[in-house]
Design a protein around this ligand. Structure first.
Ligand code: CDT
Length: 309
């Protein structure tokens, strides 16, 4: 048994006016709660430090850059890193990254128990659009503010386990899980900000949106025999609702913990990394059963190519 007690630290809404320091204080409160419940690792959502700013159109570079971090730890997040180190708890959270070269990514980091960053991931699947879209009920301008991640889907050894990260929309793409599955991933950390309503289809209800999120995460966990910790930023951000539905999913694809609120909320589960062994050595023993000679289209094309009539 290789047990790792994991905390999924869902965050409630963050308003435009909230400071990074305020948010970091909320994250520290969740971290302390998690440490008291025995967690060795705590996972926070995508863009943990700010409101989901891609819903707003900003024309000026300075306005955009105000949402980004130029360094990590930053002044505002240093207390979070310090507290994590004192408690001996590893953390993972998402933030908007502005590199010294001026590149912008939707990123997340993973630390070890000493607060040292051991992994960084940059979101590959950026949903939404790059120009203001008057047809939408609200904007989703991730394609305007970020470039697609350039680091692939790495897997790191951390705390005796094989860990990977993905961010929000990535969870809907089986390729993201499989690339990590092919590196033996045992624990996938995933933060998200998902609007409760579809900006292009007001008839789509919350129930369906929660189902699609959970379906994707459970399938990815099962088909790669890995634990998945999926953590929302939820609630009403300046009149724009984000759904909750944070879950911890076992390597059989079952939800073992599910958030009940759209507020700051902690889920805790003791995840046995050895529970990934059975799936990885039987039905999803990739070395024995995969047939990559038939998967060429996966890497050769994006859109569907329909057979001729
Ligand atoms: N943050 C993020 O990636 N959200 C998307 C919403 C897509 S709607 C344009 C998601 O897949 O949840």
């Amino acid at each position: 048994m290789r047990e790792l007690v994991v905390g999924a630290a869902q965050l409630g809404p963050i308003q435009k006016a909230d400071s990074r320091a305020d948010v970091a204080a909320r994250m520290i409160a969740l971290l302390e709660k998690a440490a008291a419940r025995g967690c060795g690792l705590v996972v926070f959502p995508e863009l943990s430090l700010t409101t989901f700013f891609p819903r707003w159109l900003f024309e000026e570079r300075a306005e955009v850059d105000a949402w980004f971090e130029r360094e990590m730890p930053s002044a505002a997040t240093r207390p979070l890193f310090d507290r994590a180190r004192e408690l001996g708890v590893a953390i993972s959270f998402g933030y908007a990254e502005l590199t010294p070269e001026g590149r912008r990514f939707n990123a997340s980091i993973l630390t070890d128990r000493t607060g040292a960053i051991v992994g960084k991931y940059r979101k590959v699947h950026l949903p939404g659009h790059s120009e203001f879209d008057p047809e939408r009920a609200f904007q989703h301008l991730e394609k305007r503010y970020f470039e697609p991640g350039d680091l692939g889907f790495p897997v790191w050894r951390n705390m005796g386990a094989l860990m990977g990260m993905m961010i929000c929309n990535d969870r809907r793409w089986p390729e993201a899980y499989r690339v990590m599955g092919l590196q033996g991933v045992e624990l996938i950390l995933l933060g998200y900000n998902t609007p409760s309503v579809n900006s292009q289809n007001s008839a789509e209800g919350l129930e369906k949106r929660l189902y699609h999120s959970e379906l994707s995460v459970c399938a990815g966990a099962y088909q790669n025999a890995a634990w998945v910790v999926a953590v929302a930023k939820a609630g009403d951000e300046d009149g724009h609702p984000l759904m909750g539905g944070s879950v911890i999913v076992d390597p059989d694809g079952f939800v073992v913990a599910r958030a009940q609120t759209e507020e700051d909320e902690l889920l805790v589960h003791a995840c046995d990394m050895d529970a990934t062994r059975f799936g990885k050595t039987t039905i999803f023993d990739f070395a024995r059963h995969r047939r990559p000679e038939h998967y060429g289209r996966i890497c050769a094309q994006t859109g569907a190519e329909i057979p001729e009539e």
